[in-house]
Design a protein around this ligand. Structure first.
Ligand code: GSH
Length: 211
């Protein structure tokens, strides 16, 4: 059976929801990031990067949210978690997911993990202070994408991009992120997500509330 390593309310929430939407049979293993579980030898043996998520499959271990999301979408075709169409349509979805992973996630990391980039309290505070305006700029592109009335990131079809966007839409409400007042379409998407049975199930499993 698949084994999925996650931490509550971390980026791993996106693939966690995707696995549930796919109807995959998996064992979920919870890590406590504050306690440093991700740096313990037993987890480093699973993912030497010391980060969540990690998905252990029969063929080996996959890491990186975008890769796990793509794998779920391809491995469970009957769940229809990727756009209709050819590899171009799939790649377009992954373009969006990579924007979240490499740009939006990293902007949040400057708030939550400022110590990665700076040592002095002043430098860290300066970096954190910029995060709300950076996020407002980054989410403008997402608002533009949703502005044609589509329900989901890729149009009418719900895909693995939706639970991934949901992660960052939640994080907007975390201390210092600036909130989501300027992102009404992202908020509406978040509300739609929270109506889905798979999302309710995984929020309960992670022990976190809707936002
Ligand atoms: N590029 C990775 C990033 C993974 C990542 O940074 N995960 C965070 C949680 S959101 C983590 O495990 N942090 C633990 C740490 O930095 O010690 C991905 O998208 O999967």
């Amino acid at each position: 059976m698949l084994k999925y390593f996650y931490a509550p309310n971390a980026c791993s929430l996106g693939p966690h929801i995707a696995l549930a939407e796919a109807g995959a049979a998996f064992e979920a293993v919870r890590l406590d990031l504050k306690a440093g579980d991700q740096r313990k030898p037993e987890y480093l043996a699973v993912n030497p990067k010391g980060r969540v998520p990690a998905l252990v499959t029969q063929q080996g271990t996959l890491t990186e949210c975008v890769v796990i999301l793509g794998w779920v979408a391809q491995t469970y075709p009957d769940a229809h978690l990727k756009p209709d169409g050819d590899f171009f349509a799939f790649s377009e979805m992954q373009t969006f997911n990579l924007y979240l992973a490499t740009t939006v996630h990293i902007a949040f990391a400057h708030l939550f993990r400022a110590e990665r980039w700076a040592d002095s309290e002043a430098a860290k505070a300066e970096m954190r202070a910029k995060v709300p305006s950076v996020l407002a700029q980054l989410f403008k592109l997402i608002e533009d994408r949703l502005s044609d009335g589509r329900s989901w990131v890729c149009g009418d079809r719900y895909t693995v991009a939706d639970p991934y966007l949901y992660v960052f839409a939640r994080w907007l409400e975390r201390d210092g992120a600036g909130g989501s007042a300027a992102m009404p379409l992202t908020r509406a998407h978040r509300a739609r997500m929270q109506e889905r049975p798979a999302v309710k199930k995984i929020l309960a499993a992670e022990g976190i509330a809707p936002v």
